[in-house]
Every structure is written in structure tokens, then in C-alpha cells.
Design a protein around this ligand. Sequence first.
Ligand code: FAD
Length: 344
Amino acid sequence: MCARKETEPAPDWSDYRGVFVYVEQRGGEAKKVSWQLLGEGKRLANKLDVDLIALVIGDEVEHLAREAIYYGADKVFLCEAPELKAYRTRPYSRIAMKVIGEAKPEICLFGATGTGRDLAGAIATHLPTGLTADTTELDVEPPPSRLLLASRPAFSEKMMATILCKQYRPQMATARAGVFQALPRDVSRQGEIVRVANGMSEEQMATQVLDFIQGQATLNLEEAEIIVAGGRGLGGPEPFAMLKELADALGGVVGASRAAVDAGWIKHAHQVGQTGCTVRPKLYFAIGISGAVQHTVGMSGSEVIVAINKDPEAPIFQTAHYRIVGDLFKIVPALTEQVKKKRA
Ligand code: FAD
């Protein structure tokens, strides 16, 4: 591909209108990031005064097309076929490119998940256009420029970079889960569902899915509804077992601050914050975590935050809805015992 120089006048993109969101699903269940992106996509679409378009691909996934409308989409392209049950780059990217080619959205958004990154990368390469990966802030310049302002941390997370795609359409971005807020699910919303044919034979798909092996205990912090996170206040790796017991009793997962991760007490996959995951669970416990801004930026969108800290002046108490001042080694076991009793 020969990139156009920024000094060249931008081509006329006036036939590209609308915001597109890819609704990622597995086994008929949508990833939460899809609804979050529809929420953010709607905000951008309203600013540009255009429609919000969604794409759902899979087998027996019509219910997700309806859900996409409830979460803000005006029009949903739906491609269903048994051979589309599991994600494969070639058929999924071909279908998405066909829809993008027909609908001509000016902005295309994907979750920054393994699948979303793969799909968005394949589409951007083929179209060809620019793709900003792992964005954490999105906005648009008002008409006439209508440019997508896609921001993401850069230079070892020390700066925010805002990336523009002036010379190509659509403008594409993947976005981190948990950063944007889904709209309230509104079952009275009406929208259009447009069926799209797959049009690709099994032989043309290049790869075959022979089996799907569920990884053992794969941590999914971004999708978790309850997170019990621990920090340097735990003093070592062993107390994380105590946090796991509380998380198990509540049906949640364990998170951590960077201090705990950097100390080697727990793996990076558990880290919440600027250089970890951004989460929006229903319930977040911050245990022995001081509340540095780099941590709170990743969890302040949680519905209910409970902080346990022995320092009554700890900054985490400014973010928390419930504040427990005291020694975590006394409070956490007592809490776990009460939860277990209630659940028994
Ligand atoms: P501390 O700040 O040391 O806090 C420990 C807390 O435990 C204290 O408040 C203390 O009162 C309490 N405590 C101690 N003992 C007990 C006890 N027995 N009972 C109850 N409470 C107790 N941090 C992140 O978390 N996530 C990130 O993604 C992240 N990214 C960063 C990116 C950059 C570029 C930089 C510069 C920093 C980043 N940080 C991140 C680090 C962040 O600035 C803080 O250093 C870190 O969050 C502190 O972790 P902590 O709260 O566990 O430790």
C-alpha cells in the first residue's frame, strides 16, 4: 500500500457516513465490550448526526441483533450460518468488509480483545485504512472535518497520544474493555435488522476449527461482575489465597495493584489500572490498596467500591462507596465467614 501524504488534499469522503460497531460473541453470548462500544458509538453518532450500525456474525445469534438495538444500534447487519459458529479470520473479515463496503461507515469500532484485534487488523490491511489500537478515549471533531480523535496511552504509558486518520476511510479503532459505558438496555427501542449472506464455502475459508478446548481457569477481569483486589498492604504473595477465598465465596475473581504485581506476588493478568485492565464490575473490593490515580483510573467506574485500609487518610477512601478502616488480616477472614454463612 502506498500511503497518501498528509500534505495531499484529503479525498472526498462525503459518501462515508455512520458509526459501525462489531458485536463480538462466543457461543451466542456477547462480550460486554460490545455493548460498551455501542454506548460510546451512539455518543459519537449523535455528535455527527448519523446512524449507529452494528454487525453480528455467528450461528443462531439473532437474539444478539435484537440486543444490539436495545443497546443503541439503529441498524444491525446479521450474518448467521452453522459454519460461522466459531470465529475464523477469513470468513469473518470478508463479511465485515462486505458490510463496511455497502454501508460505508466513517468510523468502525472493535473491542480490543484477541478476536477484535485480529479482525480489525485484517480488515484495515485489506481495505486499506488506518487502525488505532487499544484506545481509551474517543471523540469526533464536529463537521466539516468529522475526524475521529482516537486516544491511547503512549511512550510507556507516560503520555496520551491522539491519533487521526485524515487520508483514508473508514477510520478504525479498537477500544479497551471497561473504559466506555453501555447505555441502559431499552427493550422498547426499535431498529432494522438486515440479513447478510455468508457467500463463502467451507473450502474457501482456509482454516478449519477441529476442536475448541477451554483454557483452564482463564482469568477474565474485564467481564467479571465481582473483583476482590489486593495491594502492597498484603505484604506478600500468601495473603492472596485469603483474597481468593473471599472472591470464590462471592463468585468473583482476584485483582491486584501494580505494586503487588511488580513485587511478583501475582501475575500481570490480574493488574487493574492504567497499565493493567480497566474494569467496571458490580462490586470491587480494594484491599490494602492506597488508591493511586494510576489504580483508580482502572476501577472507578465500578458500581460499588468497598475499600479496606488501616490508614483512615488513604486516598482510596475518596473513590470508595463503603469505607472499612482497619487491619485487612482481621477484616477479610471475618467477611468471608459471613458471606459463606449467608450462602450456605
Ligand atoms: P501502596 O501505595 O504502598 O499502598 C498500600 C496500602 O495498604 C496503604 O494505603 C496502606 O495503608 C495499606 N495497608 C498496609 N497494611 C495494611 C493492613 N494490614 N490492613 C489494611 N491496609 C493496609 N498502579 C496500579 O495499581 N495499576 C496500574 O496500572 C499502574 N500503572 C502505573 C503506570 C505508571 C506510568 C506509573 C508511574 C505508576 C503506575 N501504577 C499503577 C503504580 C501506582 O502509582 C502506585 O504505586 C500503586 O498503585 C500502589 O500500589 P498499592 O496501593 O498496592 O501500594
